[in-house]
Design a protein around this ligand. Structure first.
Ligand code: UDP
Ligand code: MN
Length: 305
């Protein structure tokens, strides 16, 4: 397998959801900030390649192909671009994630088109086996560090970890787990860091697809019965897709997740400060240490950061 390009550790794979971009000036601006800052700070060795994967519809793909060369003009590294059709991936994903959608999607039904919000959850089942590791990134990011350093975090995963992910920086899961917390007043579920379990944010994720494929536990947790059981235990009802699933199973099985430092996904949204959680907000929002990536979630501008 020595000449299999995908197996060479010199290829670094990053994936972004990239749909309806042609219809949204706001998404185009976020895309520009993300790619320009990634290019500006990115440093790779001579024989290395950054492979950029975009999950897109036809219109967004066309727009991406037009914009990318200019956005990556300053890149000193080699890169390759791969577009994946969102419809093709959705077709493969839907049967795997359909049952969990009702627990973690807005509205009551399990809409076919919402399956793509669970791509990270089952990526190991639908991407070719040669793809061993991938980083999934939001579009509303601004890099301040070399993205290659993010990939180095894979090397710190403990044996049982399958996903690297940073904590959520708002008390959203304190809210979601309200009933469970009332019934279990000593539990740390939904409590702030450093001792609590505030849940995860999916803006920056390290997916060790190999480890996800090999983990019996992780694959059992994808089974509809297991998901329903945990959702009932925690009285969990969310609408944030993959990050809800990871947060819920993380409460039960911490060992599956390698905690990325908050600086790798420094979220800026402050919505929950103004919606009933002003008293505890800072405990969650606080992030010490160097910021490598700003995440302008809930449309928070990154311009001043
Ligand atoms: N996204 C997309 N098209 C859309 C909306 C979202 O491709 O119409 C992708 C994009 O990569 C974005 C990610 O989905 O970064 C998650 O959405 P967003 O960042 O707006 O959510 P937030 O971080 O504010 O919760
Ligand atoms: Mn985001």
């Amino acid at each position: 397998a020595g000449d299999d390009l995908q197996e060479k550790p010199s290829r670094f794979h990053a994936l972004m959801m990239f749909t309806k971009v042609d219809k949204s000036l706001s998404l185009q601006q976020k895309f520009q900030v993300a790619m320009r800052s990634m290019a500006k700070h990115g440093r790779f060795l001579e024989d290395e390649m950054l492979v950029l994967h975009y999950v897109s519809d036809a219109g967004s793909q066309e727009m991406g192909k037009k914009m990318l060369p200019e956005l990556l003009l300053d890149a000193t590294f080699q890169y390759e671009v791969v577009f994946h059709e969102v419809d093709t991936l959705t077709e493969k994903l839907f049967p795997i994630v359909e049952a969990m959608q009702k627990h973690f999607s807005a509205g009551s039904g399990a809409y076919y088109s919402d399956a793509i919000f669970f791509l990270s959850v089952a990526m190991h089942r639908i991407m070719p086996a040669e793809l061993k590791r991938i980083v999934q990134l939001d579009l509303d990011l601004k890099f301040r560090s070399n993205i290659r350093d993010l990939f180095q975090e894979f090397n710190h995963f403990p044996a049982e970890a399958v996903i690297g992910i940073a904590r959520e920086m708002q008390p959203v899961y304190r809210h979601t787990f309200w009933q469970y917390r009332k019934e279990n007043p000593k539990s740390r579920v939904g409590d702030p860091p450093p001792d609590g379990l505030p849940g995860f944010n999916s803006g920056v994720m390290l997916l060790n697809l190999d480890a996800m494929r090999r983990s019996t536990l992780y694959n059992q947790l994808l089974e509809p019965k297991r998901v329903a059981h945990l959702a009932e235990k925690y009285h969990f009802r969310g609408h944030l897709g993959d990050q809800d699933f990871f947060t819920m199973i993380g409460m039960e099985h911490r060992e599956l997740f390698y905690p990325l430092s908050c600086g790798w996904n420094r979220q800026l949204c402050t919505w929950w400060r103004e919606h009933g959680y002003g008293d505890v907000f800072q405990l969650y929002y606080h992030c010490d240490g160097p910021v490598h990536i700003y995440h302008g979630n809930c449309n928070t501008p990154t311009a001043g950061w």
